[in-house]
Every structure is written in C-alpha cells, then in structure tokens.
Design a protein around this ligand. Structure first.
Ligand code: ARG
Length: 452
C-alpha cells in the first residue's frame, strides 16, 4: 500500500510483529459498512460515477459474504482488516477499488470500525444483562419470603430474605446497563472525514455518511477523533465493573453452598466433581466468574497504560486496543450467559436458611429499637442490649430466653415479643427495607420495567 516511497520489502519478522489481521478480521462487517457509506459520500461528491459506486458496493458485499462463509483468505502481509478488504476489492473490480481510499485514512477508518463494533456489542451485552436480571428476578420471586441472616463483616447481622438479596443484584446490574447506555450515547459520533489527523482537502458530506452508519452526529476535532479511545476505555470499565458485580454474586453463592452455610444447592449441570474426592461438588462456574473478572480488570488497566504516554494523534500503540477489547467483550458475554443459566436453576435449601435465620441474636438491634420506642436514647438502649447479649452468651442460652424485666425494668413486659421473625421483617416497611410487602412491590416494579 505504500510501495511508492519504499525500495525494500517489510521484513517478515516486522510483518509478524505488526500484523493485526489475526484478530481484527472480526471488524469486517463494520469495515464494510463504513466503506460503503464512505463510497456513497464519494458518489454524492461526484468523485465516483454511478457504475463505479455500484461496483464498489457489490464488490464489498461479495467480500462480506465470502468472509462469513469462511471462503476469504486473509493475508498477514496486508497487515490488517482494512488493507485486506481494500486490496481484495481492487483485485476483484479493478480501478474503482483504487478510488475508495480517497479522502480517508486507516486512522479514521479504524476509529469508525471500533466505534461501530463497540456499539453493536453494547447492544448484545445489554440484552444479556437483561436476561440475567430476569433470571434473578424469577428466583427473587420464588424465594421472596425465604428468611436468611444478612451479613456485614461476614458476621450475622439482621434478618433479610433471599428475595431481597437477589434483588440487590438486579439493581446493581441495572446500573451496569445504565452505564452501557451512557457509553453508547457518547461513542455514537462518526469520526469518518478526520482523515489521517487533519481532515481532507476533499470535502465529503460527513453528516450524511454519519447518518447512513446510524451515528447521532459527527466528531468535531479531527485530531481528537483520531487519537480518542475513550469509548473503549469506558466500555472496558463498565465491563470490568459488571464482572466485579458478578464476582461478588459468585462469592455469595460459593459461601452459600459450603457445608458450613448450606443455604443453596447448585444444579449438577453447573458444578463439577473431583477426580479424587468422590463427595465433592464444586462451584466452578462461580470460581471462574471470580477468576475471569481479574482478566476484565487487567484489560482495562492494559488499555489505560497503553494510552497514557501517547502524544496526539495516531500512534501504532493504538492497535493494541483491540485484544483487550475483544477479550473483555467475549469474556463478559460468556460470563453472563453461563450465570443466567446457573441462576435459573439455583435451589435454596430453605430448612437450613430457616434454621440460620432463627438465631435470636439477629434481632438484638430490634430489641434496642423496642427500648427506643419507649423513650430510651439509642446509645443507652444499645448498652442495655449489649449487656443482655453478654449475659446470654455467658450463660450459654439463646438471647430470647432471658428474663428481660428482671434484667432491667426498662425492657418492660413485652420485650420477648420482639423475637418474632415474622414481625421483625414485617415491620421493616421503610422504602428499601426488606418487609415482604416491600419485596413483592419491588418485584412487581422490576417486572413492569423489564417486560414492558
Ligand atoms: N491496524 C491499525 C490499528 O488497528 C489500523 C490503523 C493503521 N494506521 C497506521 N497509520 N498505521 O490501529
């Protein structure tokens, strides 16, 4: 492509070092869409005849069909997807093919392709997140009333329900989808027409080209447009955070399926056995979700480190944006699919949940609230209940078995009534709290939002 200035061929080691076709071939649908829109712009500007445009368009469509059919031979010597397609087009249709690159550079071309790729993958990831939310919502509904201890510091804190805990993840994933939508909105501008870095002396209608590609508008500074990879950094961040959320869900499930917790049974289809220990049933999907999230975070850091030292505008380092991008998109897509399947089949071991939630210590805070309701300042109430807890622990009896009025008259005669789990949950009525009525209302609200 640059033989005019050079008298020596590129060394084969340099070709091997510099090629990106082994991975950027997958940009082909976007590269072809971008080229057709660019050619239509050339047609409108009188740079191509109707016949030349038709030859370019049908030539590119034929190449696209061949690539899809696995019948296209990619050449490492042609470096990347842009040059592979353009060279083959010219080989097939002759002179019109050689006009396609007028008023364009691979720099605005690759920026366009990666924006289109990110946009289409964002749409796919958004739908995949929705599916996982629906699976969680369905389980939340089924186990809306299954009481478990809620934990802080991994110590039993206060009673919640499995429905409430699953809805926490639905809400987290909703923020991920919001962030994806936000990233999509910001990236959806066309850089085509920015040329190598300083636009072109040949004016094509950038707005019309942008509209054909479904962009909401155009970028406004050719240098920024060529140098910008913010949209990839943003997407890698959103993916890393979504992975982090699912890694935390994994950690909950890993704990819940230990013999020590035994709150949950994962299906045989979503666990593995041990080659040595016959009794084992391992939560590998959860562990791999947690492990692969390390890669997602690494991919974000990888790109940011590559970007931080780059002067404007294009530098070949930017080619290194694609391996982490593709890897993160592929990895999250798989994480979402397998987690959706696993969550849909998750069964709670409700007897064990009930037993754990029956620990009266979970209602120590409720006992303090009971004192507050009779006018005792919270700090004082906290101390009285703390003493009661110490007394129960010292005597080795459950908290609810203490003689509260004998312990301190401030407890009154009705302190024991605090230890009804049903009552304790039912009285958590403030918005966001886990009364069953609140949880059911939340479930209805999410169902409305997700199945409009
Ligand atoms: N394969 C290159 C990349 O992904 C395309 C742009 C090449 N531009 C250049 N000036 N060498 O970044």
């Amino acid at each position: 492509m640059w033989k005019g200035r050079f008298s020596q061929d590129t060394s084969s080691l340099v070709q091997q070092f510099g090629e990106s076709i082994s991975y950027d071939w997958r940009l082909f649908p976007h590269d072809i869409a971008g080229s057709i829109a660019h050619a239509r712009g050339q047609l409108a500007a009188g740079l191509l005849s109707g016949d030349e445009f038709a030859a370019i368009e049908s030539g590119l469509r034929a190449i696209e069909a061949d690539i899809r059919a696995g019948a296209f031979e990619f050449k490492t010597s042609l470096e990347d997807i842009h040059m592979n397609i353009e060279a083959e087009l010219t080989r097939r249709i002759g002179p019109p093919g050689a006009k396609l690159h007028t008023a364009r550079s691979r720099n605005d071309q690759v920026a366009t392709d990666t924006r289109l790729y990110c946009r289409s993958e964002i749409d796919g990831l958004t739908a995949a997140i929705r599916s996982l939310q629906l699976a969680l919502l369905e389980r939340a509904e089924r186990y809306a009333a299954t009481v478990i201890p809620g934990y802080t510091h991994l110590q039993r804190g206060q009673p919640v329900t499995v429905g409430h805990q699953f809805l926490a993840y639905v809400e987290m994933l909703e923020r991920d989808n919001d962030r994806l939508a936000d990233c999509r909105r910001r990236l959806n501008l066309s850089p085509l027409g920015s040329g190598a870095l300083a636009g072109s002396t040949i004016n094509l209608d950038r707005h019309a080209i942008a509209a054909e590609l479904g962009f909401d508008g155009i970028t406004h500074n050719s240098m920024d447009a060529i140098a910008d990879r913010d949209y990839i950094a943003e997407l890698l961040f959103v993916i890393a955070l979504c992975g982090t959320h699912l890694s935390r869900l994994s950690e909950d499930l890993i704990l819940w399926c230990t013999s020590e917790f035994a709150f949950v049974a994962l299906s045989d289809a979503h666990t593995t056995g041990s080659s040595l220990m016959p009794q084992k049933k391992n939560p590998d999907v959860c562990e791999l979700t947690r492990g692969k999230t390390g890669r997602l975070v690494g991919n974000l850091v990888n790109l940011l480190v590559a970007l931080k030292g780059l002067p404007l505008t294009y530098n070949r380092d930017l080619q290194e944006d694609k391996p982490p991008l593709f890897d993160s998109v592929d990895t999250l897509r798989l994480i979402l699919a397998v987690n959706t399947e696993m969550i849909s089949a998750v069964e709670l071991r409700e007897d064990n949940c009930r037993r754990a939630a029956a620990d009266p210590m979970l209602l120590a805070t409720d006992l303090a609230d009971h004192l507050v309701k009779s006018g005792i300042p919270f700090r004082h109430a906290h101390e009285l209940v703390g003493k009661a807890v110490a007394e129960a622990l010292g005597r080795g009896i459950p908290l609810d078995q203490l003689d509260f009025p004998a312990l301190d008259p401030a407890f009154g005669n009705d302190a024991a009534a605090v230890f009804s789990l049903d009552r304790a949950l039912a009285s958590r009525t403030n918005p966001g709290s886990p009364s069953l009525a609140n949880i059911r209302a939340e479930i209805l609200c999410w169902q409305g939002k997700m199945r409009p």
